[in-house]
Ligand binder design. Structure first.
Ligand SMILES: Cc1cc2nc3c(=O)[nH]c(=O)nc-3n(C[C@H](O)[C@H](O)[C@H](O)COP(=O)(O)OP(=O)(O)OC[C@H]3O[C@@H](n4cnc5c(N)ncnc54)[C@H](O)[C@@H]3O)c2cc1C
Length: 309
């Protein structure tokens, strides 16, 4: 990736905002369609935080998210895509052109692909402990991705209400030792949810968590009900969806902020496409890369039918 300031404004066929698996795969396709493409990525996306993904096809021994992203980026650059470490602040539409203000300067683009992802809401752990626990697989965010790895282990879900109960029930299909708790002690479970959890053999702890620490290969949570040691803890606290730029352009989102798109990844704003976790649906790398291929191909065809001025 390159850094640095642009002295002059650039004009590209497509600006891709976000350099995770979605954005970089789109850039690869667009470059191979012989379009000029600029990726702007501020780093620290979800993919980059994956210690080892074992459910992405083609890597039977798994691959770290960071390495996967680097490889897709190298592949895209090989065909002419530019990738720059910077942040896109705003995008405005001026006639048929998108004016994109970034921390590295102004870019004019005929089309924009938004691949900005989401940010998981984290439990209140200090950054160092969170990073170490994530790297060690003691904190996990995606049971669809890595529930298999906690088979038969002692697992906690941090969450509340229907969302927390659903996640605990999902993980129960891997292990019979699942505990649901909320950091502040308010699990907000109604009688039916409690009965459902009890019937599934899922423990509920109604005590607040005062502190957490790593000890050997466990995450220890000190709660009002005593110290509890877990092999893995899944926060189920929701996410902040990075759809602001699209919303400011007039794109539609659902009640959680996820973008609505058509079957070709077009938002309702002409020339603006969205892919990956920022789009409502399953948050997985496979879906992100598939959507990238779909969006890039639609964009190529849309430009053929209405070329930029
Ligand atoms: C711990 C963990 C483990 C996971 N394990 C798996 C797994 O094993 N298998 C699997 O399929 N999925 C897994 N996932 C989910 C997977 O990471 C996501 O589905 C995938 O990364 C989505 O790709 P993306 O490109 O949409 O988003 P991201 O990978 O999050 O990339 C988005 C990028 O956009 C950038 N960005 C956002 N806003 C701006 C802006 N304004 N300007 C510039 N850049 C911006 C971000 O900084 C980020 O780099 C896991 C997620 C987590 C958190």
């Amino acid at each position: 990736m390159t850094g640095g300031l642009w002295q002059d404004r650039q004009r590209v066929d497509c600006l891709v905002i976000g350099g995770g698996p979605a954005g970089l795969t789109a850039a690869l396709y667009l470059a191979r369609f012989r379009l000029s493409v600029q990726v702007i990525d501020r780093g620290a996306g979800r993919a980059a935080s994956i210690p080892l993904t074992r459910n992405y096809p083609g890597f039977p021994d798994g691959i770290s998210g960071r390495e996967l992203v680097q490889r897709i980026g190298e592949q895209a650059v090989r065909y002419g895509a530019r990738i720059t470490t910077a942040e896109v602040a705003t995008v405005e539409r001026s006639g048929d052109i998108f004016q994109c203000r970034t921390s590295s300067g102004l870019i004019e683009a005929s089309t924009v692909i938004l691949a900005t992802g989401i940010r998981d809401v984290r439990p209140p752990l200090d950054d160092e402990l969170h990073a170490a626990a994530l790297a060690a697989g003691l904190i996990r965010y995606c049971p669809i991705c890595d529930g298999f790895e906690v088979s038969g282990r002692r697992v906690a879900v941090i969450g509340r209400g229907a969302h927390g109960a659903r996640e605990a029930a999902f993980i129960r299909s891997y292990t019979d030792d699942v505990t649901l708790l909320a950091w502040d002690g308010t699990t907000n479970l109604d009688v039916t949810q409690r009965a459902g959890l009890a019937g599934a053999g899922i423990a509920v702890v109604d005590g607040a968590v005062a502190s957490a620490r790593m000890q050997h290969d466990k995450l220890i949570l000190a709660t009002d009900c005593g110290e509890l040691a877990f092999d893995a803890v899944y926060p189920a606290l929701g996410a902040q969806v990075a759809s602001r730029i699209a919303q400011e352009l007039g794109a539609q989102v659902n009640e959680d902020g996820y973008l609505h798109v058509d079957e070709h990844q077009r938002t309702g704003v002409p020339g603006l496409y969205a892919i990956g976790d920022v789009v409502a649906g399953l948050n997985q790398i496979s879906r992100a890369t598939a959507q990238a291929a779909t969006a890039a191909t639609a964009l190529r065809n849309d430009l053929l039918l209405s070329p930029p001025p």
